[in-house]
Design a protein around this ligand. Structure first.
Ligand code: ZN
Length: 160
């Protein structure tokens, strides 16, 4: 069975940056299961998996435009330390939820210059070229309920 729209696909993946550092991997977990053709995974990976079958392996390089988008400098903010709940315990890499007009956003502390805390509201992988090693572990038809919901149910899916 080939991967196409409305198939439930299981993959094992390892995600590396351009220097070969592993950013994420499913290898010590259950395979990732997703519903193909519904935007459950980044577009560049979904496109590369189209037409593949169980047990196939592939290496995919995805540019930011087909992953988490380009890094937007207008989404980097400098905020005074005194504005934080726990001003003495702010460290690089910490993440905060913040309320914006458009909804809730995750902010990451990317730099600290004295009392200036630099926060980035971009996705942590925005602007990054992503290199995936992927193995297809399973391909099956989606159930009607899964298609109604637009995501996978059961093992490795939603609603555990
Ligand atoms: Zn559901």
């Amino acid at each position: 069975m080939k991967i196409g729209k409305d198939k439930v696909v299981g993959i094992h993946y390892t995600l590396k940056d351009n220097s070969g550092n592993v950013l994420d991997s499913s290898v010590n977990r259950e395979p990732l299961q997703y519903l193909h053709g519904h935007g459950n995974i980044i577009p560049g990976l979904e496109e590369a998996l189209e037409g593949k079958e169980k047990a196939e392996s592939l290496n995919v390089t995805v540019q930011p435009e087909k992953a988490y988008g380009n890094h937007n400098k207008e989404m980097v903010y400098t905020i005074d330390r005194s504005k934080f709940d726990d001003p003495q315990n702010i460290q690089k890499g910490m993440q905060f939820q913040a309320q914006f007009d458009q909804g809730t956003q995750l902010l990451t502390v990317i730099d600290i210059k004295g009392d200036d805390i630099v926060l980035d509201a971009n996705h942590p992988l925005a602007g990054r070229v992503l290199n995936f090693d992927v193995e297809v572990t399973d391909v099956r038809d989606a159930s009607k309920e899964e298609l109604d919901h637009g995501h996978v149910h059961g093992e490795g899916g939603h609603h555990h």
